[in-house]
Design a protein around this ligand. Structure first.
Ligand code: BDR
Ligand code: CA
Length: 308
């Protein structure tokens, strides 16, 4: 089994990523750690508890609430794209199982230290505040992390929150600079690749056709994502941002990119939060540029079938 922690800010697409990960037969999700991002911190933690139960999981997968605000900048949220609850206004039963009671940063540090003999993968689908704090508080945890797979950034596609910046980076650029600069192997799903993976009506129908409770829930979340995307600004189907991290982990052959060193613009100005990849074989970041989008959606359906 491949061990992962998912550090997230659910969020509609984060929620789909979680459901997909729980459906993967060869993944062991050690913990969900949450961070302020799409909505405020307590709400992302609540949403992670909701999705843990929708996915049929129990307290053996702890949910730890993390940083309630970014390291230096003022907090920003993204209700336009996720609705006021972060889950598109979809009505879920209140979760029964509680938070772990441990701070997310401490959960990350503890699990990474435990994993020194068999390093785990840290999947990040939100602002990188928790990861940056963990790497700063306990640099020794690097030996327990095989790689980081994250959703964030943009180069050729331009930003989605400003003309230059993608939301997860813009929401905490200083944290992103720590993570990209930590030297660990990173695989990055930026807008350059996720904008090429769209939730068309046919793909949404295929997700729903999987038919189990979790696939239907994923279908509702993707549908809400498309509706909010249209109403916010776009004339295109919603991109598959966060689930692409899980799919790049389970199906790496479906994604192609180049090695790079990635810097983050942290000076206040029009480029604040921009990611700048400098392509070099020696870079620590695999910056994905293309994906086989039909196959990615087929793989998503495959993971959802795992819940049957
Ligand atoms: C990213 O920002 C959030 O709104 C999504 O959940 C995703 O992680 C896309 O830019
Ligand atoms: Ca997210």
């Amino acid at each position: 089994m491949k061990k992962i922690i998912i550090d997230c800010d659910p969020g509609l697409d984060d929620a789909v990523a979680l459901i997909a990960a729980f459906g993967a037969k060869d993944l062991c999700v050690l913990a969900l750690t949450t961070v302020a991002g799409n909505v405020k911190g307590p709400q992302t933690a609540y949403n992670a508890r909701v999705i843990r139960e929708v996915s049929g999981q129990d307290e053996s997968v702890p949910v730890s609430e993390g940083a309630p605000q970014p390291i230096l900048r003022d907090a920003v949220t993204a209700e336009d794209f996720h609705g006021s609850t972060g889950l598109g206004g979809i009505d879920y039963p209140d979760p029964v199982l509680p938070l772990s009671g441990e701070h997310a940063v401490n959960t990350i540090i503890r699990l990474c230290r435990d994993a020194k003999d068999a390093p785990l993968t840290l999947i990040i689908t939100g602002p990188m505040t928790n990861a940056a704090l963990a790497l700063t508080m306990a640099p020794d945890i690097q030996s327990g992390i095989a790689e980081i797979v994250l959703m964030g950034g943009a180069d050729t596609e331009g930003g989605n929150i400003t003309p230059f910046a993608e939301f997860n980076i813009y929401a905490d650029p200083h944290a992103a600079a720590v993570v990209f600069g930590c030297g660990l192997p990173i695989r990055c799903l930026s807008l350059d690749v996720t904008h090429g993976i769209r939730t068309t009506k046919a793909r949404l129908a295929a997700v729903r056709a999987v038919g189990n409770k979790q696939a239907l829930a994923a279908g509702d979340l993707l549908d809400a994502s498309c509706k909010l995307e249209f109403s916010a600004k776009s004339d295109r189907d919603a991109p598959l941002h966060d689930p692409s991290t899980v799919l790049a982990f389970t199906h790496p052959h479906l994604f192609k990119g180049r090695k790079a060193n990635v810097s983050v613009v942290t000076e206040v100005g029009e480029q604040f939060g921009r990611t700048v990849p400098t392509f070099a074989e020696s870079g620590n970041v695999l910056w994905y540029e293309t994906a086989d989008d039909d196959a990615v959606f087929a793989a998503l359906c495959g993971l959802l079938e795992g819940h049957s």
